[in-house]
Design a protein around this ligand. Structure first.
Ligand code: ADP
Ligand code: ADP
Length: 219
């Protein structure tokens, strides 16, 4: 479970995240919905220990990310799919990540297959990938260590409708096996397809949260 508790993050006098609290539960895909600039990335960066909170806290199963015994194997993270090393091939990126985490190289081919990147595509440099292919590679990297939690910032950006349904099936399967998923999007139609639960943020504040059925019925 991901728990965000009274989280505030200020940049100078500007409050990017304002007293935000929510949970993302195991067995569910939680969609973090809000327009650009709402504070989604800042919140997720605090969850994975890349940004310090001004006040409040974020934990994974009760522990701060930095205090997890083996964060690389426990939490899969995709923060910016377009930031992957452009000069490397998809296969190289996965191989290096495997080595860093001490995983068998056989994981590389398993993950490529899981995200439907062909061997030929895996040999191409990431600079020649479409955004959708970068997202698939990013998902493969996030899943490499067989984590129990996935944190994905705008992972459906650049996917076509079939790609979005593919992601829904993948994440629903992951959650069905007991995993916890938090994914952000600025597009309601993406979140509507992919998520079970919604957390809606605007101007740094939580506007609504609950199951998708509940929230869409009252909208
Ligand atoms: P979202 O992910 O919902 O698009 P962000 O969390 O990226 O939103 O940004 C929330 C707000 O905080 C935006 O107004 C953004 O400009 C501001 N912000 C984010 N990071 C920084 C930073 N390092 N310095 C100053 N302002 C920032
Ligand atoms: P900086 O961003 O300045 O390098 P750090 O990320 O090292 O700072 O963290 C600064 C402070 O914020 C530390 O006291 C750290 O324990 C605390 N902190 C970092 N991540 C979290 C979190 N997820 N929840 C609560 N406190 C946190």
């Amino acid at each position: 479970m991901i728990t965000v508790e009274s989280l505030t993050r200020r940049y100078g006098g500007f409050t990017a995240v304002d007293n935000v609290s929510f949970t993302a539960r195991p067995g569910r895909v939680t969609g973090f919905l809000g327009p650009n600039g709402a504070g989604k990335s800042t919140t997720m960066r605090v969850v994975v220990g890349l940004t310090a909170p001004t006040s409040g806290a974020a934990t994974i199963d009760g522990v701060r990310f930095a205090d997890l015994p083996n964060p690389g194997l426990e939490v899969g993270v995709l923060l910016d799919a377009s930031a992957q090393h452009a000069g490397r091939t998809g296969r190289e990126i996965l191989t290096v990540a495997c080595e860093t985490m001490g995983l068998p190289r056989s994981r590389v081919d398993e993950m490529l297959e899981l995200v439907s990147l062909t061997p030929t595509e895996a040999q191409r440099r990431v600079r020649d990938y479409s955004l959708g292919m970068r997202q698939r590679l990013g998902i493969a990297t996030a899943l490499l260590g067989d984590p129990r939690v996935l944190i994905l910032d705008e992972p459906a950006n650049g996917l076509d409708p079939a790609g979005i349904r593919w992601m829904r099936d993948l994440l629903t399967g992951f959650a069905g096996a007991g995993g916890t998923v938090l994914l952000s999007s600025h597009l309601l139609h993406e979140i509507e397809v992919i998520a079970d639960d919604l957390v809606v943020i605007g101007n740094g504040r939580i506007v609504a949260s609950g199951s998708k059925e509940e929230l869409l019925a009252s909208a």
